[in-house]
Design a protein around this ligand. Structure first.
Ligand code: SAH
Ligand code: SF4
Ligand code: F3S
Length: 496
């Protein structure tokens, strides 16, 4: 029997990257091999995102391009997974009748069985979680419970960096956002399960763990006896896992940025001083319409508190421009916030109306696309200036960099061995490029910053360190040497 081949393409956030890793892990165990193009594959999967229209359009076009291929190869299996599967459901089959599997975020563990069902019956298979109003909270929650046990290091961007889900779903219901319906009710995973997964990953060679949750700092787990575990407790719990050097967590909800968490980031040396805390807008009227549950004054106070508690912390943000009713005056308030907040960087999005959300129901999408574009560019330009000023302060400093591998430039030129341009990240998540041997991937080394651009720092490895001098960050003993694979062998997951 020939080895079955799998192609998977991923759009969306880190949750989807992690889900794809898990899907590949489970299918590899069934004997599947990964391939680079849909044409080579027996099973073709798209792991989808619905957060903006653009992300959905990309997938529907990709499906459109496969129509002829699927008609010529009726034995192949085509599956749409993830958030758009949960959101659009049968609509996907109406728009692309040659799709065989529609599988929501909470049902991915069923995929091996669904593939077999399609092969046996050639009937389309739908595996979806319950809608939030369809049943009791307990039943809906159970239908979204993800599975996280089977990890596949070869699917990660690097073998020494891994995501761990600590929280599933979201209960914030920001009025513009589909995530509470595509990912279901908020549920914190059991702390022991998280700790066990972190340990397994560290044993397999991961030195950096990023804890994932839509509002990760709202994480709570309540034991039967009433004891509550918060994110700060969880960080403490996993902190001393042998082999771990760096712990990060994303994404934070501004209102839930408790002092206990900030103290934990300050006091636990392996927790990196980097916080992603999206503001979304600098105008209270917009924040109220978005139902973000904080004011700009309280957001500013939160920033001050973060910086007082954690010296040297880097903070990044997300913004939506052109939300319903955003006037030039509201937008200028957002510009003011970006000018004064010294964010390391900001992700800026044009508002995209999503069917089924409160904003779509209540407010007209009344900012013209052209205006959204202009505001997007204006805010980007302001953030670039802020980022450049922030990065320039780093020139002359020596920072600990986790080497990720050859830079994009080096990969383009095909340089994956011998001295080349490498890329890595500082504890504050700043990107640094420097020359070195690709074999240094997975090491934490001191790099002196020589030059700064808005989103990249340029530096030099401190002489003598290439051969293994002590690093300031506690890098515990590990048995055997890690042997990072050359990057071109790895599968890159395209993101929107
Ligand atoms: N849970 C995270 C992020 C979820 S989605 C949080 O709450 O911060 C990532 C980002 O996409 C959001 O921060 C927001 O800036 C953006 N986004 C979400 N819905 C959007 C929409 N309908 N249109 C444009 N941007 C959107
Ligand atoms: Fe969406 Fe708001 Fe939840 Fe983030 S907090 S996932 S923006 S509803
Ligand atoms: Fe992520 Fe997109 Fe779903 S941002 S949670 S993949 S809608």
């Amino acid at each position: 029997m020939t080895t079955p081949k799998l192609y998977i393409e991923t759009v969306g956030c880190q949750m989807n990257v992690l889900d794809s890793e898990l899907v590949v892990g489970s299918l590899r165990r069934q004997g599947y091999e990964l391939v680079h193009t849909p044409q080579e594959a027996d099973v073709i999967f798209y792991n989808t995102c619905s957060v903006r229209q653009h992300a959905e359009d990309k997938i529907y076009s990709a499906l459109g391009r496969l129509r002829g291929h699927m008609e010529r190869h009726p034995d192949k299996v085509l599956g749409v997974l993830g958030c758009m599967a949960q959101k659009d459901q049968e609509l996907i089959l109406r728009r692309a009748p040659y799709v065989n599997i529609v599988c929501g975020t909470g049902q991915l563990a069923q995929l091996p069985a669904l593939i077999e069902q399609v092969k046996a019956t050639r009937e389309p298979q739908l595996a979806l979680s319950l809608a939030r109003k369809e049943a009791s909270r307990e039943e809906v929650t159970a239908s979204f419970e993800s599975y996280d046990p089977m990890r596949d290091p070869s699917m990660r961007p690097t073998p020494f960096q891994a995501y761990v889900r600590v929280q599933i779903g979201c209960d914030k219901f920001c009025t513009y956002c589909v995530v509470p319906s595509t990912r279901g009710p908020e549920q914190g995973r059991h702390p022991e399960h998280i700790a066990a997964e972190v340990k397994q990953l560290a044993d397999e060679g991961a030195i950096e763990i990023t804890l994932l949750g839509q509002t990760v700092n709202s994480y709570r787990y309540k034991y039967g006896d009433g004891r509550v575990v918060r994110l700060s407790d969880l960080l403490e719990k996993i902190h001393d896992t042998p082999g771990l050097a760096r712990i990060k967590f994303i994404t934070n909800f501004p209102r839930d940025m408790g002092d206990d968490l900030l103290d934990a980031v300050r006091d636990l040396p392996r927790v990196m001083p980097y916080l992603h805390v999206p503001a979304q807008s600098g105008c209270d009227i917009m924040l109220k319409r978005m139902k973000r549950m904080y004011t700009i004054e309280s957001y500013r106070e939160m920033l001050v508190r973060c910086r007082e508690k954690i010296p040297g912390v880097a903070i990044s943000s997300d913004f939506i421009v052109g939300f319903c009713g955003e006037t030039e005056e509201s937008f200028q308030k957002t510009c003011d916030l970006v000018r004064e907040s010294r964010f390391k960087n900001s992700f800026i999005f044009k508002y995209s109306a999503r069917a089924g959300t409160k904003a779509d129901e209540l407010y007209p999408d009344d900012v013209p696309e052209e205006v959204k574009k202009v505001r997007n560019n204006e805010l980007l330009a302001i953030q670039s200036e802020v980022s450049l000023a922030d990065q320039r302060q780093m020139v002359g400093r020596t920072v600990e960099v986790l080497v990720e591998g050859p830079s994009k430039n080096a990969l383009k030129k095909g340089e994956t061995s011998g001295p080349t341009q490498l890329t890595g990240r500082t504890p504050t998540d700043h990107i640094v490029v420097f020359d070195g041997n690709p074999r240094l991937a997975g090491r934490i080394l001191p790099v002196t910053i020589r030059e700064a651009a808005a989103f990249t720092l340029f530096g030099d490895i401190v002489t003598g360190e290439q051969v293994g001098a002590e690093s300031r960050e506690p890098l515990p003993e590990r048995q055997g040497e890690r042997s990072p694979e050359p990057s071109e062998k790895r599968f890159t997951l395209p993101l929107v």
